[in-house]
Design a protein. Structure first.
Ligand code: PLP
Length: 387
């Protein structure tokens, strides 16, 4: 098999007659046919031609092919956003009466989908806590169709054992879907542990430069075909422009992720030694409760570090007000280091107890460590902790 970096760089759609070296942008909504027979055969799926960019487009195909290779999958389909990918992956695979079993700490909009919208269509979701990983079978019912997980989780940075999920899914004939956004395929390949489908928000580390939105699903060809048929009719397609940007982004994914993780480990070690910090959560710190699992399934620790500033909600807010270089922003996986305070922002509507349920303590700060010089990142965090 082609090595990761080589596939990321050398996977290329066909050259046009201009012989361009770097793949051009195919901004076209549709494609032409030679004659009636060519058109008939293309519509019947007997050719590999692109028909219409809601179905496929050369730039989107190139981006998707790269992620398919990186994750070791059979097929894939790309979407306008990560949430479009998550919704359009699950929707065609479930029907009224089905049940989803998911880890509790998941992306906020995925939670809204599971708890506000799917129940309207008779699809119920049960959550398991990260520490219940050895007993999740107790939640499986004859109606359970999908096992869903994110790892590492946001913002609590729990690590969920993919090997256990893969075994349980196989034993009970469930479709295992893993949101691999925080790890990227460079760090973690859920399909190796038995995942049937892997979803991504390409907006995060895959773009890595805070420019465009995107999403993708890859995995088993039969399931991806169902997702494709649903999506070509419902229309959540990725734009060719975003696909062109994201395909370029993938050329540098390996080097960016290496550096992100190197910086993040140094930041985590600095924070762990700081007297104003009571707890640091980073998968590759020995103090992380799931350190052994992280080492088993992840090549590196990722770029997200969560830590508890002593002094509760007010201390968390004060820390944010005192950073000078780091950005206060909702994105993550950017070249720029970003800090957020979940208790006063994304999770402010929950009660203290509800927040604790999902691992959000009052002074918890989430730091998406960027690619600036790590000494500059650390000195900004240090002055903000000591201000
Ligand atoms: C951001 C994110 C999403 C949603 O992606 P969008 O591109 O913003 O729609 C889904 N899952 C995780 C883990 C994320 O961080």
């Amino acid at each position: 098999m082609e090595n990761f970096e080589t596939g990321a760089i050398r996977t290329q759609t066909e050259r046009t007659h201009y012989d361009e070296h770097s793949t051009p942008l195919f901004l076209t909504s549709s494609f032409v046919f030679q004659d009636a027979e060519d058109m008939r055969a293309s519509f019947a799926g007997e050719t590999n031609k692109n028909l219409y960019s809601r179905f496929s487009n050369p730039n989107v195909n190139e981006f998707t092919d790269k992620i398919v290779k990186m994750e070791g999958a059979e097929a894939g389909y790309s979407f306008a956003t990560g949430m479009a990918a998550i919704f359009s992956t699950i929707a065609p695979l479930v029907e009224s009466g089905d049940h989803i079993l998911s880890c509790q700490s998941i992306f906020g909009s995925t939670h809204t989908l599971f708890k506000k919208y799917f129940p309207k269509w008779g699809i119920e979701t049960t959550y398991f806590k990260a520490e219940e990983i050895n007993e999740i079978e107790k939640y499986i019912t004859p109606k359970t169709k999908i096992l869903y997980a994110e790892t590492p989780t946001n913002p609590a940075i729990e690590v969920i054992d993919l090997e256990i999920l893969g075994k349980v899914a196989k034993k009970h004939n469930l479709i295992l879907i893993v949101d691999n956004c925080f790890a990227t395929p460079y760090i973690q390949k859920p399909i190796d542990f038995g995942a049937d489908l892997v979803v991504h928000s390409a907006t995060k580390l895959i773009d890595g430069q805070g420019r465009v939105l995107g999403g993708v699903v890859v995995g088993r060809a039969d399931l991806v075909h169902e997702i494709f048929l649903f999506s070509r009719n419902t229309g959540p397609a990725m734009s060719p422009f975003n696909a062109w940007v994201l395909s370029k982004s993938l050329e540098t994914l390996a080097v960016r992720v290496e550096k992100h993780c190197e910086n993040a480990l140094k930041v985590a070690e600095f924070l762990e030694a700081h007297p104003q910090v009571s707890l640091v959560k980073y998968p590759f710190l020995k103090s992380h409760p799931n350190y052994e699992v992280a080492k088993k399934q992840m090549k590196l620790g990722g770029n997200i570090v969560a830590f508890e500033v002593k002094g509760g909600i007010e201390a968390g807010r004060k820390f944010l007000n005192n950073v000078k270089m780091c950005s206060l922003s909702a994105n993550l996986g950017d070249t720029r280091t970003i800090v957020t305070h979940p208790a006063s922002t994304t999770h402010s509507k929950l009660s203290d107890e509800e927040r604790l349920e999902v691992g959000i303590t009052p002074g918890l700060v989430r730091c998406s460590v960027g690619l600036e010089n790590v000494e500059d990142i650390i000195s900004d965090l240090k002055q903000a902790l000591e201000a």
